[in-house]
Each structure stands twice: as structure tokens, then as C-alpha cells.
Write a new protein. Structure first.
Length: 202
């Protein structure tokens, strides 16, 4: 009988710990109004045989303003100004844009920089792994570009986001030295295409 009570207690504690990751994610969206961090991104093919690694700087300012500045292996800039999302390829000198409502939806950027977490995603706790507490975010809208996202926290600090797309390809973002609620110049989230750039409006 004592073993049963002990087991029940351990399971209850384990469940509470896992539930904290969902609470932490909700608190992050509610309380963290801005942030910046370096990041690495590792994209793994569906068969797990091929990997592509990139890195850069990430910043966001709620609602719906963010900036991914990739520096390796090549320069690319993704900027959302609250109205449009711009993608600029420096090598091609090409810029494309889409309305925020069309571009974000249930995406990692919407999860990190948006304001409608529970409206866009179904949330569930996940087992702790690699020293992090994980929350699973599944898009409510089916047949989108993403199957699911896992968000990893160490304490209250955002550390990782893992995305599985509709083809089963996985993309892991690891954030380094994440700073929350920092003062950011709103001008960082404005984008003006360089002179002579090819423009694609979607």
C-alpha cells in the first residue's frame, strides 16, 4: 500500500512538472513583450540522413514584429513590421513580401511574437529532455505547413523550438543568451528594399 501511495505521489509530481512547461509558455507569451538572442538552426531531413546548419540573430517586439538575420552559411533577412513579412536574399538582391495574416498563421514566428497562443494552438506538456521542460504546440488549423512545434525552457528562459513540417522534416532552433523585455528600436522591424532589388509581392 505504501508503494502505491509513493508511486501515485511521484506520478502527480511528474505531471505537475510537465504541466509547468505549458504554463511557462503561456507566461512567456503574456509577459515577455520583446526579446533578442543569437540562434543556431539545424534542419534535419525526413530520413534523418541530411542536416543543414545556419545561424544568426533573432529579435521580436509584440505584436507581430520580428527579425531573423541569418549570417551563415549565407545572408538572409526575414522581417515582420506588423503589417507585412519581408524576406530578403542578399546574394540574389531579391525581396518578397506577404501580409502578416497570410504569412504567420500557426507558425513558430506567430508562437514567439504573436499574441493569440491558445487561439492558434492546442497546448500539451511533454516529458523533460536534455535538461529542458518542453511544451507541445499543435496548430488548430489542419493541412498547414507545420505538424507541430515543441518549445523548450530552462526555468523561465526560452532555449529551443523544434518544428516538424508537413513533410516530416525537423528544424531545431537553439537560442543562445536570450534576453527578455529588452529595449528595442522599432525601426529594427522596418524594411526598405535596397535600390535595384527584385520585388515579389504575394
Amino acid at each position: 500500500m505504501r508503494r502505491l501511495f509513493l508511486l501515485a505521489g511521484l506520478l502527480a509530481l511528474s505531471g505537475a512538472a510537465r504541466a509547468d512547461a505549458v504554463d511557462t509558455l503561456r507566461e512567456f507569451v503574456r509577459d515577455v513583450k520583446s526579446g533578442r538572442s543569437s540562434f543556431t538552426q539545424t534542419v534535419t531531413s525526413t530520413d534523418g540522413a541530411r542536416k543543414k546548419v545556419s545561424s544568426g540573430e533573432f529579435e521580436f517586439l509584440r505584436p507581430n514584429r520580428f527579425r531573423f538575420a541569418y549570417s551563415k552559411p549565407f545572408e538572409q533577412l526575414i522581417v515582420a513590421d506588423g503589417q507585412k513579412v519581408w524576406i530578403y536574399d542578399a546574394d540574389l538582391n531579391q525581396a518578397s513580401s506577404r501580409r502578416v495574416a497570410q504569412a504567420l498563421g500557426a507558425t513558430p514566428a506567430a508562437l514567439l511574437a504573436g499574441a493569440s497562443l491558445d487561439a492558434e494552438f492546442v497546448l500539451a506538456p511533454q516529458p523533460a529532455l536534455d535538461g529542458l521542460e518542453w511544451a507541445l504546440a499543435t496548430p488548430r488549423v489542419k493541412d498547414g505547413p507545420f505538424q507541430a512545434m515543441r518549445v523548450g525552457f530552462k526555468g523561465r528562459e526560452l532555449v529551443a523550438v523544434e518544428v516538424t513540417d508537413s513533410f516530416g522534416q525537423r528544424s531545431l532552433l537553439r537560442f543562445l543568451r536570450f534576453e527578455a523585455n529588452v529595449a528595442l528600436d522599432p525601426g529594427r522591424f522596418h524594411f526598405t528594399p535596397p535600390a535595384g532589388a527584385d520585388l515579389i509581392e504575394q
